[in-house]
Design a protein around this ligand. Sequence first.
Ligand SMILES: [Zn+2]
Length: 431
Amino acid sequence: MKNKINWSNYFEIDEAQYEYIRSNYGVDKFLGMGLMPVRGPKGFRKLDYEFARTQLNVKEVMKKLDQQHFNFLGLVIKDTDGACLWNTEFGWNPTQRDILGEFCDAGKDYNINVFASFTSMNDAYQGTIHPERVSVHGRSGKKAGFRYKKGQISTHLEGEMRVDLPEGMSFEEYHQLIPFLTENFDEKIGKARGDRGSGYIPTTSFMCPNSEHVNYLLQLAKELVNNYPIKGLIADYIRYDGGYTDLCACERCVRKFRAKYGPKPKLLTSKEWYEFKADTIVAYGKKLHETIKTNNSNCISGWFCLPGPKKMLSQKRLGQDWEKLSSIFDISLPMEYPYLMGTRDDGLFWGKLADFFYWYYIRNMKKRAHEFKNPVLAITNSVECNTKEMLKQMRGFNFGYGVGLFKYYGTSEEQWKAIKKYAETELNLDT
Ligand SMILES: [Zn+2]
C-alpha cells in the first residue's frame, strides 16, 4: 500500500499488553462497528426513542456485522441524553427495552464481542433532574448567540441532536417523557458539522466531575458489569465540555482546588488549575476502572480520547491527560473523524477542508502517540463521508491492530461492500 505509515515507530506499547487484549477478545485484528440506538435509522443528528423502542432489529444488525466480518460491536448504551438502555434499577430508560441484553444474547450466537460505550460527564437527563450537579461557569460569556453568566450552570442548547415529535403526540406530551426538550426549533440543514440536524432542540448538560454524579455513574457501571457479559466498558465524555474554558467553577470544585493549592494560584487560568482539572478526571477514571475490575476482572476497561492540540484542547478545555488516563485503563480509543468536518460530496471546499483535518489528525497522532501507555485502537467515521474518504481513514488510523467504525445506521451499501473487502484483503478476517 502506498504511503502506509508504520505506526509501530510512534507508539511505545508493550507487546504483552496487546496480548492481554487479544486473548480476552479472542481475535488478532479488530474490526468494530459502533451503534447508537437512540440516534435513529440514519445518521446521528436525531434523538429518537421510538426507533430504539419499536424498530431497532438486533438480530438483523448482528447478522449484517457477521457477514462483513466484524468481530466487535461498540454499543452506545448511554448516550449524551442520559438514557440507560438496559434493565436498570438506578438509571432512566425511556425505551423500556433491555437493548444491551438483547445484543449480548445475539453476540453469543454470532461470536461478536459486545462492548459498551458509556457516556460519563455529558448527561442531559441528569442535568434536568439534578441541576445542582451540573458544572458551573466561572465567567460570563456568549456562545452561538446565547449569553451565560458567571455562576450559572452549564446547561445549554444541544448542538448535534434534534427531536421529531412521534405521530399523534403534542409537544407537551413528549416533554413529559423528555424533560430536557425545549420549544426551540431548528429548521435549516447546513453542511458544517454542527449544522446538519433539524427538529426540536433539546438541552445538554456537562455534569460536575466532583459532584454526586460520579457516584451515580459508578453505581450504573457496577450494575452493567455484574449483570451483562460485556467484553468491555469504555468511558465516553470522560472530560469537561470542550466548548468552554471556564468549567467547572462550582463551590465544590473551588473549595477542593483551594484546599490542595492554597489561596494563590488563579482559578480558571493557572497551571495548577489545569492540573486540578486533569486530576479530577483521572480520579473518576481510577474509580471507574476499579469498579469494572472488582466486579469482573475479564471486562476490558477503556476511554475515548479526543485528539487535538495538547495545551489548547486537552489541558485547557477537556482536562484529559493522555499519559495518566492511558496508565489506568486497559485500552485507549482516539476518535479520528476528519471527514466529519466535511466531505467532497458536498463540494470542493468541504473536501479540501476535511483533507486538511485528515493531514492534521495524522500529524497530531504522530506527535502525541508516545503519550499513550496502553494499546490504542482508533475509531473513525463511515457516516457523512464517501467510500473513498472512509477507506482513507480506515487505513490511515489503523495503528496496527485494526480499526473501529462509527456508525452502523447511515453507512451506505457501497461502504458496506468496501468494508467487507477491506476486512478480507487487508485485515485477513474472512476465516
Ligand atoms: Zn464543580
